[in-house]
Design a protein around this ligand. Structure first.
Ligand code: B1M
Length: 210
């Protein structure tokens, strides 16, 4: 196995220290930063995303893999910037107003980061106006809303209405998800996309950006 396969494999098993060491070694050996990112880190995270979607791995495995991904990516950042490599796109993410659940939202963020998307995380209890302001400020391609309560799910519609009715409405896609959210609800409120889990959310985001 080459060093990039090793990076992918150790990332999948959440070995953050080894992943960092291997990324540093690959850089020292002159491997292109873009290749370390695409064929090592992102490849590993993509495999974890797919396994998570298929219930072959669960939340703890995703969290440790994401931590390893972040460690490796941090090390790679200066080299990527020097190489002129840009993020694949920008997404704003948050849990809607009145809702404090953030475990699923964080997983979605990590999976999307794992695909090379720059994430602006607004945290929890985020108003529709805050989603719109952040999307405008960061020039985002996607706004991602998470809701875990039937009582806060309606807030997603406020975000969709505000963002879609704004000056950036035709440039930004709104993606929605969370346990009570369904495709039928997505269709009903006119959001661009519903994703049932973090892996599917990352895949859908990549489709938008393509
Ligand atoms: Co809350 N809670 N909770 N809770 N809580 C639920 C959601 C509940 C189903 C429990 C129950 O009654 N069985 C219930 C909701 C009922 C309903 O509305 N139908 C509930 C309730 C009622 C409440 C309170 C009102 C309880 C109270 O105070 N009386 C209160 C509300 C507080 C508030 O937000 N205002 C409350 C509080 C809390 C805690 C703070 C204690 C804690 C949250 C801690 C935290 O998030 N930091 C908590 C927890 C942990 C849960 C449960 C147990 C677990 C949620 C979770 O993290 N799941 C939950 C019961 C359950 O689900 N078994 C429950 C794991 C996570 C990985 O899954 O978030 O679904 P999930 O995310 C998935 C997908 O949904 C999807 O991808 C993720 C990964 O695959 N996804 C997206 C999520 N966001 C997405 C966005 C996307 C795409 C996909 O695109 C943008």
């Amino acid at each position: 196995m080459g060093i990039l396969d090793d990076i992918s494999a150790y990332l999948q098993s959440g070995r953050a220290k080894i992943v960092s060491d291997l990324v540093a070694k690959a850089l020292a050996e002159g491997v292109a930063p873009q290749s370390i990112l695409e064929d090592g880190l992102l490849k590993g995270m993509g495999i974890i995303g797919e396994k998570f979607k298929n219930n072959e791995v669960f939340v703890p495995e995703v969290l440790v893999a994401a931590r390893a991904m972040n460690k490796g990516a941090q090390l790679l950042k200066p080299a990527l910037a020097a190489d002129g490599v840009k993020a694949k796109g920008v997404a704003v993410i948050g849990t809607v107003a009145g809702d404090y659940h953030d475990i699923g939202k964080n997983l979605v963020r990590m999976m999307m980061e794992g695909r090379g998307i720059e994430m602006v995380d607004l945290g929890v209890d985020v108003s529709a106006q805050k989603f719109l302001d952040a999307a405008r400020e960061s020039n985002a391609n996607i706004v991602c809303c998470s809701a875990l309560l039937t009582t806060t799910m309606g807030e997603i519609k406020n975000v969709v209405d505000l963002v879609k009715g704004s000056d950036i409405g035709d440039k930004v896609a709104v993606m929605i998800g969370g346990a009570p959210v369904t495709q039928a609800y997505c269709d009903q409120i006119g959001a661009d996309c519903y994703a049932p889990d973090a892996g599917s959310a990352a895949e859908a985001a990549m489709r938008f950006l393509a």
